[in-house]
Design a protein around this ligand. Structure first.
Ligand code: FMN
Length: 203
């Protein structure tokens, strides 16, 4: 599929995953940029929203994968309410993509394979950090890291049971493309049954 610089109504693909892949490829052509960074929004069981940046580690027709600590704030919120929203902003190509849907943990085997591909320091960091808990100071983190280095000295670091991936299965994806005179393009895809329904929204 050729790159779509404007979202022309009768040239849009029926499946938004093709358009995501097309734009993601365009975004990756800028070497200094980090197109995998995305805002992840979750909501607590009292309905309080929270957002933070995580990195996209996989995308296909099933959805969008990220990795984190299951006991972090986001992990606890996803356990209570397994729904989330993602936002990508790629200013160097003047585009935004918004994604919403249900979230499921990825299979253990998939998480193991990804964890094994990470640098050793990141693997040790996953064990050392009780993400989102309060700590007494930097020294406590350094002590945790030393203890973990000692524990796994001269052996492979296994994936912690409290760390893994989530896949957001989208039922809504919106593409935003800057256009002149502020009449930006907005195309939203909504999943109805097994079909994606496409609509244009006013900017
Ligand atoms: C560029 C960037 C990338 C990040 N990637 C991740 C990530 O992939 N997974 C993760 O758990 N946290 C990542 N973080 C840290 C999160 O933004 C956040 O601080 C952390 O996950 C704790 O969030 P929580 O307390 O809401 O669970 C990243 C932060 C930045 C700035």
């Amino acid at each position: 599929m050729a790159e779509l610089l404007a979202l022309v109504d009768d040239q849009m693909p029926d499946n938004p995953h093709f358009l995501f892949a097309n734009w993601f490829e365009a975004a990756q052509r800028e070497p200094a940029a980090e197109p995998t960074a995305m805002t992840l929004a979750t909501v607590s069981d009292e309905g309080r929203p929270a957002s933070r940046i995580v990195l996209l580690k996989g995308h296909d027709k099933r959805g969008f994968v990220f990795y984190t600590n299951f006991e972090s704030r986001k992990g606890r919120e996803l356990a209570e309410r397994p729904v989330a929203a993602l936002t990508f902003w790629w200013p160097w190509i003047e585009r935004q993509i918004r994604v919403e849907g249900r979230v499921q943990k990825v299979k253990e085997s998939e998480a193991d394979a990804y964890f094994a591909s990470r640098p050793r320091a990141s693997q040790l960091g996953a064990w050392a950090s009780s993400q989102s808990r309060t700590v007494s100071g930097r020294a406590e983190l350094d002590r945790e890291m030393q203890a973990v280095e000692e524990r796994f000295r001269d052996r492979e670091v296994p994936r912690p049971p409290f760390w893994g991936g989530y896949r957001l299965h989208p039922d809504r994806i919106e593409f935003w493309q800057h256009q002149d005179q502020r009449l930006h393009d907005r195309i939203r895809y909504c999943l109805e049954g097994t079909d994606w329904v496409r609509e244009r929204l006013a900017p």
